[in-house]
Design a protein around this ligand. Structure first.
Ligand SMILES: Cc1ncc(COP(=O)(O)O)c(C=O)c1O
Length: 401
């Protein structure tokens, strides 16, 4: 588990981050993950459902590293994917197609074909986000000769208090089918012999630190489910989405299991008992990763009395602070924020906490930097690791066109 030793140094499974880095021999910057912590988080979330039928469809976009996928899948999780490549990845990792839902507003035909063609009868559901998409999935299902299982992602019209880029459930968002367009969406599914409407879903956005908006959206969803069941029947599941927040240093009082318990209560109150799907990403991996950067030098402006600590990680390694104005707790810290750090002597490393989600998966070659290595730690030991990206390969990719 991630912790701190008596000197305040970050530890994983009882071993200091510096010891782990030294035995990995890969230098900095590097991502380190606590695989045991991820497993325990998945187990706790599984248990929060009690005996209720459910699927935790882990949003693979949060962190798609093989050891993490394997750990989550072996704890019973499925996956929520948003591209043909993510679909290929989770299938290759051994996940059964019936544990996969496919989200995203702009799926290409070849991606839809992969979803329809996976395993003996396709994936659990293609989550359609528009009437136009339903019509396209029907056409692809006809072409490939398969029945397409569709879930309609509904836009519940719920605004959440988060960064505008990660709020997806309000009326102006491009995501999901507006409630007013649902009749047309149902008509499109029901008219297509090669489609089956198996579920209804919503996802109102990320970093929710209270359960109220999630449950408000779920209530809207449950009402819509009831109306559809009364009219036509046939739904297998209700998918309430992900977005559970974590404590980035500013506090988060609710655990992922609290969202599930509140969801189960709202479902009971609605008199429904469908299999529930949730799509957590960040909450399963975010708290269990750190980005370790090496300190290069300090910079002091005597004129303005400003101080900076220059480190070898940049926005190419972790873009969240630049993109979402996100704050991460830095231990000893482009601009990762304002932190109290020792200056005399300068620390050797800076540990940027809670970077297990949307860290590496959003990393890039910006500024000609290589992708950082990832180190997977279990019981304080390195279970596996990846290599740092290659400068030669990057130069080749830019010049040989
Ligand atoms: C459709 C959908 N489901 C689930 C998630 C996961 O959200 P989080 O990582 O905040 O739980 C996202 C994130 O963008 C998403 O777009």
């Amino acid at each position: 588990m991630l912790g701190r030793d008596a000197r305040g140094t970050a530890t994983i499974g009882g071993s200091s981050v510096e010891t782990i880095l030294a035995s990995a021999g890969c230098g900095t910057p590097a991502y380190l993950y606590d695989i045991d912590g991820i497993r325990v988080a998945a187990q706790a979330l599984e248990q929060s459902f009690g005996s209720a039928p459910h699927l935790i469809a882990y949003a693979a976009k949060a962190n798609s590293a093989g050891p993490i996928l394997e750990s989550l899948f072996s704890e019973g999780c499925g996956a929520d994917v948003v591209s043909g490549s993510e679909l290929g990845l989770v299938l290759e990792a051994g996940l059964s197609p019936d544990k996969i839902v496919f989200s995203g507003v702009a799926k290409r035909d070849d991606e839809i074909d992969r979803a329809l063609g996976a395993g003996p009868s396709g994936i659990c559901a293609i989550q359609a986000e528009s009437v136009e998409e339903i019509v396209r999935v029907a056409a692809r299902a006809r072409t490939v000769g398969r029945v397409g299982r569709i879930s309609i992602r509904i836009n519940p019209g719920i605004q959440i208090d988060t960064h505008a880029h990660v709020a997806t459930g309000h009326d102006e968002a491009k995501f999901g089918v507006a409630r007013g367009d649902l009749g047309e969406a149902y008509a499109a599914v029901d008219a297509a012999r090669e489609l089956r409407l198996v579920g209804l879903s919503s996802h109102i956005g990320s970093t929710q630190t209270t359960t109220e908006p999630y449950i408000a959206a779920a209530r809207v969803l449950f009402d819509i489910v009831k109306a559809r069941e009364a009219a036509r029947g046939g739904l297998d599941f209700v998918d309430a989405g992900g977005g559970f927040g974590i404590d980035y240093g500013q506090g988060c009082k609710v655990a992922p299991g609290d969202f599930v318990r509140a969801l189960l209560a709202a479902q009971r109150a609605a008199g429904l008992s469908h299999r529930l799907i949730i799509e957590p990403g960040r909450s399963l991996v975010g708290p269990f990763g750190v980005l370790v950067a090496g300190v290069i030098q300090s910079k002091v402006s005597r004129a303005t009395d400003r101080r900076w600590l220059m480190i070898d990680a940049g926005m190419n390694d972790l873009i969240r602070p630049a993109l979402y104005q996100a704050r991460h707790l830095c231990e000893s810290s482009d601009d990762f924020g304002i932190h109290e750090l020792p200056t005399d002597p300068l620390p050797e490393h800076v540990v940027i906490r809670d970077t297990g989600a949307y860290g590496f998966t959003m990393a890039s070659h910006y500024n000609g930097r290589c992708l950082p290595p990832e180190i997977f730690v279990s019981r304080g030991r390195i279970a596996s690791l990846s290599q740092r990206g290659s400068e030669i390969a990057w130069i080749e990719s830019r010049l040989r066109m």
